[in-house]
Structure formats: C-alpha cells, structure tokens
Write a protein that binds this ligand. Structure first.
Ligand SMILES: [Zn+2]
Length: 301
C-alpha cells in the first residue's frame, strides 16, 4: 500500500470512528428517541460514501502499481534491445499475469548475482576476478575429459545431478572444459587468433575478461565442435538442461545478438530460477534474459 493510501485509510478510519461515536451517543439515553431519523440516515450515507472512496482509492493504487510494473518491463525490454515480438509478449504477460512474472523475475535475481551476471563482448569481468568456491571436477556420473578441471561448487553439484539424470536416460555427458582463469583465457584466445586470424577468432573465442568460463559457471561438452550437435548428448541437453538450471549460451542463428557463432556444446549454469525464466519468457535465449535482468536490476538501484 502506498503512503497516500495509508493516510487516506487512516483519515477515513478516523471519520468512521467519529461518526459511530456520534451515532452511539445519539442512540444512548433518552435523547435517542428524539434523534431525528433523517440525521441517522445522513450518517449512514456518509459512512457508505467514505467506504466507497476508500475502495476507489485502493483500485486506483492497484491500477497505478500495474501500470508501473508494465512500464518497468517495457523499459527493461528496451534497454535489453529485445526483438519487438518478444517485448510485446512480455508486456502482455506483465499486464495479464503480473504477480507470476514479478515472482519469476524476483526469484531469478534473488540468488548469487554472478549467476545472472552479464559477461559478453560489451561487459567484461575484471582481470583479477576469480570465484572463491571452485571445486575439482572428478567425474561421477559424467566423464571428465581431462584432469584438473574446476567449477564453482553449486555448478559442479548441479552438473553431477544433471549427468546422473542423463545417465539414467542412457546418455553419457563428457565434460571437456570448465573454469578458465583470465590468464588462461588469454593463452586460449592467442592460440585461436594465431590459427584463424583476428576476425574469425572473434566469432568463436572470447577475449580475456569476456569469457563465461572465467565465472566458473560454464561448461563445454563433448567434442567442442559442430559435430557435437549431432550427438544424443546434445539432443538430451537441448531437451533437459534448462529444467536443471543450465542454458545454451550461443544458440544457432543469433550471432548478432550473442556476439558468437553457434556453439552447441557451451552451456552456462544460471540456477534453476533464471534458467526457467530464460526458457519460459525469452524463448530460451540466455542473452536476452540476462540483458533484461541486468536492465531490471539497474532500474532498482
Ligand atoms: Zn565454452
């Protein structure tokens, strides 16, 4: 409830007290009989009018809260440069299911902020950023493609659970790359650039600071090339990863949005709330969801 509505409620409540006291006085003692019926009717009418005013004020407050929410959704959609059709659908949801959408957004933003932190060609991590809770990937239900890989604890735990579910479906997940430090990404990028040239390297290899791998929340599966898309593991991830908190970072045909060509093997752990939001409200495009959440978060600061 907004302060103006609270004030109005309080003053109307005061008025009702005053009116009912008058009424009680009038009704007590001998003078009760003498009280003119007309003035009692007047009091009742005043009380009814006060109640109607209160209801109207509450309805106006509700309308303005709905409008404010829709306006904030529109503003974040614009900042995130969502495609018009997606922005329209989101605005429709903002109007027709405000409580649900608000809860989904709050839930996506309620956890560790690094889970939804934008890391892309426009927004880099500091060179000295390294997660504090990296744990080794020893391989349980998945195959660790090489030794010494690390992920943040929550991502490692979720990866194991996801791999166990895949395993139960007869699918083996092979983890080929996980956390990369800023310095290590520098060497990876230099190697790719030496091999392909700068322009081609820009399409598939992040510069140091711009890699999701530095978050300790991203994993490359399998062959780390386009042949992975043809595997049953890729199909399983496409169907199941988002429900388990993981999201494909660079989908097919969205290079102008994500900055990178299609990488069927690169998944980022967003947590279940943000991954569900990306899937349900942003067509599974992580970049749209993260840019929207980033804009939403900045709107509240
Ligand atoms: Zn990757």
């Amino acid at each position: 409830m907004r302060p103006s509505v609270i004030l109005l409620s309080l003053s109307l409540f005061g008025f009702s007290l005053f009116a009912s006291t008058l009424f009680a006085c009038a009704a007590s003692g001998d003078r009760a009989a003498a009280a003119p019926a007309a003035s009692q009717a007047k009091l009742a009418a005043a009380a009814a009018a006060a109640e109607a005013k209160l209801a109207a004020a509450a309805a106006a407050a509700e309308r303005s809260a709905a409008e404010a929410f829709a306006a904030r959704v529109s503003a974040a959609s614009r900042t995130a440069a969502l495609p018009p059709a997606l922005a329209d659908t989101l605005l429709l949801a903002a109007r027709s299911e405000r409580a649900a959408l608000a809860a989904e957004i709050d839930s996506a933003l309620s956890g560790d902020p690094f889970l939804v932190r934008l890391v892309d060609k426009k927004t880099a991590l500091p060179a000295d950023y390294a997660p504090a809770d990296l744990v080794p990937l020893s391989g349980g239900s998945y195959i660790a493609g090489r030794a010494g890989m690390l992920l943040r604890e929550a991502a490692a735990r979720s990866l194991e659970a996801m791999a166990a579910a895949a395993h139960a479906d007869g699918i083996s997940l092979v983890v080929s790359s996980a956390y990369r430090s800023y310095a290590y990404q520098q060497t990876v990028r230099a190697r790719v650039e030496a091999e392909l040239g700068e322009a081609a390297a820009d399409r598939e290899s992040a510069r140091a600071g711009q890699s999701q791998h530095q978050l300790g929340l991203a994993v490359d599966f399998g062959s780390i090339d386009d042949s992975f898309a043809e595997t049953s593991a890729a199909a399983w991830l496409t169907a199941n990863a988002s429900r388990r908190g993981w999201s494909l970072s660079y989908p097919k045909g969205l290079e102008t949005v994500t900055g990178y060509r299609w990488e069927s093997w690169h998944y980022r752990y967003l947590g279940t709330a943000a991954a569900a939001l990306a899937q349900k409200r942003f067509g599974g495009v992580q970049q749209y969801a993260l840019e929207f959440l980033d804009a939403w978060g900045r709107g509240s600061r």
